[in-house]
Design a protein around this ligand. Structure first.
Ligand SMILES: *Cc1c(COP(=O)(O)O)cnc(C)c1O
Length: 418
């Protein structure tokens, strides 16, 4: 059973100050999880997690992660600006973008961020844009084809399609790219790859690591490049459904260590640092979208209208993603009512749940939509003139802090020319 990290009483207190809907984050959970990740990779002295800012671009969240030893992974101008303003600098910033505008390379270079190139042609583009090739540079690898991990013991399979993904260098381009970058002045190299999203298998990172470690050994042999880090990027998932098993980050760290000791250490590369760029794993479970039941509709189906909509959480509308819902105060009531839980957008996909069995809902009930801490608020938009909600932090001492105010109509109108 999925349990909210707040009680009904806490939420009732909060809604006196913060009107629904709002995104709520659990500082305690965020910190504990970040520490588990760090412990899982403590065997690697250079290990660092670069939190994928796009998952939860909020300064307070970024500062909490900074305190836990994380850097940031940025992919746009404003993400770079936010990382800078939050106090991240130099090698604490990874810049992994694609189809990159020139001004973003300029800022990344100015901040001393580690630039992770997405494409062979970006080598010349970067040189032309900033005038030099940085001493430390990274390249993103795409092996093509399909990537799969056979059904695990738990029966979950990982399948993704790198060959259809727009990201990264081919293997041939990577070898040519490293040689070219070295000739242009690069001294230290990194390798990055992101082959599968939201994986629920302790095998994903170890298998990816095995591929990248072998690639690093081959690259070093053929190009003589000094490979300093391997970036396993994001993709470690979270169980959105209550019946799914969570990843065991300690087992994942051990799995990566085994590959490291089997491949890198014997090749004399036992000083290579492991980086991660996790977003979802770091934040998703520690965020709730808090909303209120505002309408009921009985037509061909039973609908519960809530005051949040897809503009606050796009994943169900965009991917048909499952997000668990708890009707607060009715955690132990039987789930004997079938509902579609809908928002107010004039789009029929604005449904947080379809045919979901839930306890009987009454007007004014508070609903918690789970696992919205990553790719939740951040994917928000203003369709139908809907305004983005506030973000609230539940602190370790049980108090709350507004960490982003809700948008007002003035914000919505601010860019208009009348
Ligand atoms: C989105 C993204 C991540 C984070 O992915 P998660 O699935 O949230 O862990 C990491 N690196 C890059 C380059 C990304 O685009």
């Amino acid at each position: 059973m999925k349990k909210p990290f707040v009680t009904l009483e806490q939420l009732q207190e909060m809604t006196k100050t913060y009107p629904t809907p709002f995104h709520l984050y659990d500082e305690k959970g965020i910190r504990e999880n970040a520490r588990k990740l760090k412990a899982a990779f403590a065997w690697n002295p250079g290990f660092k997690e670069y939190f994928a800012v796009k998952a939860t671009p909020n300064p307070t969240i970024l500062k909490i992660l900074h305190e836990e030893g994380c850097g940031t992974d940025c992919s746009s101008l404003t993400e770079l600006m936010m990382a800078d303003r939050c106090g991240f600098s130099g090698s604490e910033i990874m810049f992994s973008s694609n189809d990159t505008p020139a001004e973003e390379f300029v800022l990344a270079a100015k901040l001393g961020a580690t630039i992770n190139l997405d494409d062979f042609t970006h080598i010349d583009f970067l040189k032309d844009t900033i005038g030099y090739i940085p001493e430390t540079i990274s390249c993103r690898f795409n092996p093509g084809g399909t990537f799969s991990i056979g059904a695990s013991e738990e029966g979950f399979q990982v399948m993704d399609n790198p060959g259809e993904a727009k990201y990264g260098f081919t293997r041939e381009q990577l070898f040519e790219g490293f040689k070219k970058l070295k000739a242009m002045g690069a001294k230290h190299f990194g390798i990055h790859a992101f082959l599968a999203s939201n994986t629920l298998s302790n095998e994903y990172y170890p298998i990816l690591a095995g591929i990248l470690f072998q690639l690093a050994v081959d690259l070093k042999k053929e190009t003589g490049c000094d490979i300093r880090f391997i970036n396993l990027s994001g993709g470690v998932g979270v169980p959105y459904r209550p019946e799914q098993p969570a990843n065991d980050i300690a087992a994942i760290g051990e799995g990566v260590r085994k590959q490291y000791e089997a491949i890198l250490t014997p090749a004399g590369m036992g000083d290579v640092a492991i980086f991660t760029e996790l977003g979802r794993f770091m934040l998703a479970p520690y965020g709730h979208l808090v909303t209120k039941a505002t309408h009921f509709k009985h037509t061909y189906k039973e609908y519960v209208g809530v005051d949040a909509c897809a503009a606050n959480l796009m994943r169900p509308a965009m991917y048909g993603a499952y997000h668990h819902i708890t009707v607060m105060g009715k955690e132990n009531a039987p789930c004997d009512h079938k509902y579609d839980v809908t928002g107010s957008l004039c789009e029929n996909n604005d449904k947080f749940a379809v045919d979901r069995m839930l306890p009987e809902i009454d007007l004014g009930d508070l609903l918690v939509i789970h696992d919205t801490g990553a790719h939740g608020f951040s994917m928000g938009y203003n369709y139908n003139g809907r305004l983005r909600s506030a973000e609230v932090l539940l602190k370790e001492d049980g108090s709350t802090e507004l960490i982003r105010r809700a948008e007002t109509p003035d914000d919505y109108f601010a860019t208009l020319i009348w």
